[in-house]
Ligand binder design. Sequence first.
Ligand code: NAD
Length: 286
Amino acid sequence: MREFKNKVAVITGAASGIGLGIAKRCVKEGIKTVLTDIEKDLLFKVTDELKDNGGDVLAVVCDVSSLEEVKKLADQTLKKYGKANLLFNNAGVIPGTNILRNTIKDFEWVIGVNLWGVIYGVNTFLPIMFEQTEESHIINVASGSSLYPGNGAYDITKYGVTAMSECMRIELKKIESHVSVSLLVPGIVDTGIVDSNRNRPQELKNPSKGSRNWDEMNKRLEEVRDRYRGSMSPDLVADMTFNAIEKDVFYIFTEMGMKNGIDARYKWMMSGFDTLQNFLEKTNRE
Ligand SMILES: NC(=O)c1ccc[n+]([C@@H]2O[C@H](COP(=O)([O-])OP(=O)(O)OC[C@H]3O[C@@H](n4cnc5c(N)ncnc54)[C@H](O)[C@@H]3O)[C@@H](O)[C@H]2O)c1
């Protein structure tokens, strides 16, 4: 997509971090922008600020883990702007800790928001985009955790988003669709992600203070906060994303260092074939 003016964008998780960075860039481009988030007060505050800066914007409170709410989001988008050209499936949370310690509630929460949220977004908006004749683009937000392991239950969701987006890309290109899809793979970005628990529904919370998980998580959180403080700005991620949308690039990376993680996983996978090769030779098979 090269022409952005007067297009309509929907951004999930737009009240903070990368989503907000993208919303600011959308407004700069003259895109009519629907900001949506579960954090109501902050959502209205940032939307008002964008409006004060001349943005044509709409705030819609929406929990992306609910198909019903995502459908309502689409209804409100169409009611206000009549179309949707850009969808940023960005809302995301990280429960922390690792796969050996993740609880069922961690899995339910993170899969609900990060994976079902993206599935609901695509399932709801893709038919709308297909019906339009204008160029459209879906950007699914993944992570380094989409391509190499390290963050427990979170990785499951991001690997899933990667698989979904890769399938979509191949299928959309095959039918020469006017709808395209990209995968945004941010490195470490200075956002509120470390404090994702602020938006965790009561029924999906882990037992709090006093439990081993809680103490350990808090200790880890402080270390992680230090790593994120002062890292890449969400505004820069937004600029990188728009640069890639203009070029219709699929993988949108933000950090060269991610190559090392991908390379290490690739070598790990390939080592499985060395074992197979040895077995085949030893047993005189081809
Ligand atoms: N910050 C990083 O370093 C980093 C790295 C890789 C990937 N990501 C991904 O970037 C995306 C944006 O995260 P961020 O880093 O800007 O974090 P953030 O916490 O600043 O923003 C995430 C937003 O999602 C919203 N949200 C949470 N649950 C929601 C729900 N159920 N429905 C709707 N909105 C909900 C939050 O209220 C918040 O405004 C996420 O998908 C995250 O996994 C972030």
